[in-house]
Write a protein that binds this ligand. Structure first.
Ligand code: SAM
Length: 175
């Protein structure tokens, strides 16, 4: 009986964590790997960059940014199950010295050290992030969004084939 109760609670927690992220940003859907690489190449990631992925899912963007580009990278993820899964992936891939993970809501985290921010969220989440990104990020910080744009911001580069939009803090609001 107790085992059934524990399993039931675990299932409820698992399902609740999936729905909760939809309300605070977006549900989980992975960026295809060729698109991840296009996002990072469009942003011209260098070893001296610090890449933040807002809602990092299974950690694919931060893992590739560190493994293939040598950048330091940080993922922020609100779903505790996906956070744990990604934490294990980072340990197994041997990248934990240069790849960090933060559990929580990216709207409440300090993003100021980022030199590149990556996102695959929703139109509403992108728009709600505009003020925070403009206020916290340094001029010249690149923001790469897959699929969704930022209303009122003009992208510096667009790859329509992949659906990737690159913005830069300092020039993003000249519409
Ligand atoms: C569409 S997925 C993208 C995952 C990954 N960035 C990728 O491109 O493959 C969005 C992710 O953001 C997470 N998320 C949504 N809102 C969030 C928030 N406010 N804070 C932290 N994570 C959030 C979700 O749990 C989900 O894993």
């Amino acid at each position: 009986m107790i085992i059934l109760l524990v399993i039931g609670l675990a299932v409820v927690a698992f399902v609740a964590s999936k729905f909760w992220t939809v309300f605070i940003g977006a549900g989980w859907s992975p960026t295809p790997l060729p698109t991840v690489r296009r996002m990072l190449s469009l942003a011209e990631v260098k070893p001296e960059d610090i890449v933040y992925d807002l809602g990092c899912g299974d950690g694919r963007i931060i893992i590739i940014a560190t493994r293939e580009y040598g950048a330091r990278s940080i993922g922020i993820e609100a779903d505790p199950f996906r956070y744990l899964y990604t934490w294990v992936r980072i340990i197994i891939s041997g990248l934990s010295k240069k790849t960090g993970l933060i559990w929580g809501n990216f709207f409440r985290k300090d993003l100021s050290e980022a030199t590149i921010v990556t996102l695959f969220l929703s139109q509403a989440a992108n728009n709600n992030l505009r003020k925070k990104l403009s206020q916290e990020l340094k001029p010249g910080t690149r923001i790469v969004s897959y699929y969704w744009t930022f209303n009122g911001w003009r992208p510096k580069k667009v790859d329509r084939k992949f659906g990737v939009y690159l913005y830069e803090i300092g020039s993003e609001t000249d519409t």
